[in-house]
Design a protein around this ligand. Structure first.
Ligand code: SF4
Length: 240
């Protein structure tokens, strides 16, 4: 008999900022649950020991810009746009020389391109003025940059190996619920729960695995449970 999926499995992200700030700790797990969760990440690690972002970038600066551009856009669409953009400007000073209209022209195929072009120029100005053209590596400094929120900072800090952060986007949120790793109602709650649920050796890579799982296997409308590498460990399998 299959385990019954947790009632939160079909939860949706609650966008209220106040709710997002509330902490909902991960519930206490039984030894069997901890074993199941460990087995999920063992399986991910076996299949893909070194997962990485699918965004194309050649430096900390270009990664930061790519992640800023990826808000509400697919990595593929960002890569298409940044191919020309980074050829023309892969440093803050070159980006300023390109100008807001030039940046907008390169990225006009992705959503919110005008706002994003403005943010890329504004953050490049700050990097030049305050950080000698380098990208700061402290979370507070990153989050103070235009267009850089908590999620963006988490993605780049994790990618740079500076913080085992788990940025919770729509894929991570969905997969964490379906796999019974978290039941929080907001990205911040899920992030906090994942931090204490994911076995420590896997914390740095968990973000990538969960995103890739959500993007290619555990997709929103019709998850591919038949091809899922952790189907036998998933409490939601029989829901689809
Ligand atoms: S078994 Fe299905 S619902 Fe569970 S993680 Fe895999 S694809 Fe998602």
């Amino acid at each position: 008999m299959r385990a019954k999926a947790p009632p939160s499995t079909r939860s949706r992200i609650k966008s209220g900022s106040h709710d997002g700030q509330r902490t909902k700790p991960a519930r206490k797990r039984t030894a069997a649950e901890r074993e199941r969760i460990e087995a999920i990440f063992d399986r991910f690690a076996e299949a893909d020991p070194a997962p990485a972002t699918e965004l194309n970038a050649t430096s900390r600066y270009t990664l930061l810009v790519a992640v800023v551009l990826s808000a509400q856009a697919t990595d593929k669409s960002v890569n298409r746009a940044t191919e020309g953009l980074f050829e023309a400007a892969d440093t803050p000073d070159k980006m300023l020389a390109l100008g807001e209209a030039g940046v907008a022209n390169h990225i006009k195929t992705i959503g919110l391109f005008r706002t994003k072009a403005k943010n890329v120029i504004a953050l490049s100005q700050i990097l030049l003025r305050q950080y000698g053209g380098e990208v700061p590596t402290e979370r507070n400094a990153l989050e103070a940059l235009p267009g850089v929120g908590r999620k963006t900072a988490s993605v780049v800090l994790n990618e740079w190996g500076l913080e085992p952060a788990i940025a919770v986007d729509t894929h991570v949120f969905r997969v964490a619920h379906r796999l019974g790793l978290a039941d929080g109602k907001s990205p911040n709650q899920v992030e906090n729960q994942l931090k204490s649920t994911v076995p420590p050796p896997y914390l740095t890579r968990a973000h990538h695995w969960l995103i890739l799982q959500g993007r290619y296997v555990c997709i929103a409308r019709k998850p591919k449970c038949g091809a899922c590498p952790v189907a036998d460990l998933c409490p939601s399998k029989d829901e689809y």
